[in-house]
Design a protein around this ligand. Structure first.
Ligand code: PLP
Length: 382
């Protein structure tokens, strides 16, 4: 029998994605066109938004939102230090300054009370431009108080919903609280377009600006080579949009399959000493499963566990190294260890196990058996 290899993630592609991609290839229209428009329309409709602007990545969508927010040199944006680095980088692209708020140790998302406190403290100083909450690991940030404080002080809200498509709280989808939100479709996300992203907004002015910025700053007068502003090539190509169109139509199914995998993991790892799964959502909150994360108890050496799993053909990955301790952030802003203890504790103890919608029950069982044995032996060795 060949040795097993269980990879961390995999996209879920069917004949429907292939059919739509083939249609685009046959049509010859590989940039813009009706398939891109259909993707944007159906994406917006799925979440009840006025505009979905397809972009080349989630990072591009975040960057454009930060520009729309008017962030410039020295402007402050409140965000989470526990995220994929792109959420904070989007602030740096415009020479803004990230003001990090530590996470809640249980939900792993920005502490709402501390965020409100930061808004109240920073707004009167005049440089606070935006709040950028990150809906991490498919769980929404508690938005109500944050949103109210931001509105009170006329500060815009940009949601990083790249890991939370389809998640909701009290009937509101991730990405539907703020002025705009960013979604990302990298192949490990809940839905994919290969590379790609969407900026979702109800604001006509932001949508118009985003369409211009993604297309070299062209005016929307229809004149092909009139560049009104400094823009980018942040366009999503139509082949990606075809994959996205099939995936957004399948989103319910995609999320359902992922949830079933997570439930099997939860059941098999329940009660295992030294390993804690992510906290269940509160009543009224619906998760969108992005990764399957376990928290390791203090005495368990994550690196050794990873090596032991790798020897059995099981991929795993620490999530996330804190953003404030990334070299470029230390160098530019002088962040130091100890500044955001909940983020640092999470960054030191979380491990992502193989996770995607088509992960076979047999593979989940194999991973859980391995985790159980390895963690058990580490506890004994103490
Ligand atoms: C994936 C991700 C992004 C960026 O998406 P890309 O499409 O890879 O640019 C941004 N923020 C978070 C939290 C993400 O997980």
């Amino acid at each position: 029998m060949p040795p097993r290899h269980i990879q961390l993630s995999a996209p879920d592609i069917t004949s429907e994605e292939r059919r739509l991609v083939d249609e685009v290839l046959t049509s010859g229209q590989l940039s813009f066109g009706p398939v891109l428009e259909a993707f944007e329309r159906e994406f917006a409709e799925r979440f009840g938004a006025r505009h979905a602007v397809a972009m080349s990545s989630g990072t591009a969508a975040l960057h454009v939102a930060v520009i729309a927010a008017g962030v410039g040199e020295g402007d402050v944006v409140i965000t989470s230090p526990f995220s994929f680095v792109a959420s904070a980088n989007s602030i740096l692209f415009e020479r803004g300054v990230p003001h990090f708020v530590d996470i809640d140790p249980v939900t792993l998302t920005m502490d709402p009370a501390a965020t409100v406190h930061a808004i109240e403290a920073l707004a009167p100083q005049g440089r606070l431009r935006a709040v950028l909450p990150v809906h991490l690991f498919g769980r929404t940030v508690e938005m109500d108080a944050i949103l109210a404080a931001a509105r009170r002080h006329d500060v815009v809200v940009i949601e990083d919903a790249c890991e939370a498509i389809g998640a909701s709280a009290d009937g509101v989808f991730a990405g539907r609280w703020g002025d705009a939100s960013a979604f990302g479709f990298y192949p490990n996300k809940q839905m994919t377009t290969g590379e790609g992203g969407v900026l979702l907004t109800d604001r006509d002015d932001w949508a118009r600006l985003a369409r211009s910025l993604r297309n070299q700053g062209r005016s929307d007068s229809g004149t092909w080579l009139a560049h009104e502003r400094l823009g980018f090539n942040y366009r999503m190509d139509t082949i990606s949009a075809a994959i996205g169109l099939a995936q957004i139509r399948r989103l319910g199914e995609l999320l359902h399959k992922r949830e079933a995998v997570a439930m099997r993991y939860n059941a098999l790892l329940a009660g295992l000493d030294g390993v804690t799964p992510l906290a269940p959502p509160r009543v009224g909150m619906q998760l969108s499963w992005f990764v399957y994360i376990i928290r390791l108890a203090e005495g368990i050496d994550r690196g050794r566990l990873q090596a032991a799993l790798a020897a059995r053909g099981i991929d795993s990955r620490p999530y996330f190294p804190p953003i404030h301790l990334q070299p470029i952030y230390v160098e530019r802003f002088g962040f130091r260890p100890g500044m955001f203890p909940n983020t640092e504790a999470a960054g030191a103890s979380l491990l992502a196990l193989p996770f995607h919608g088509n992960l076979a029950a047999d593979d989940i069982d194999y991973v859980c058996e391995a985790v159980t044995e390895e963690v058990g032996s580490m506890k004994v060795m103490g």
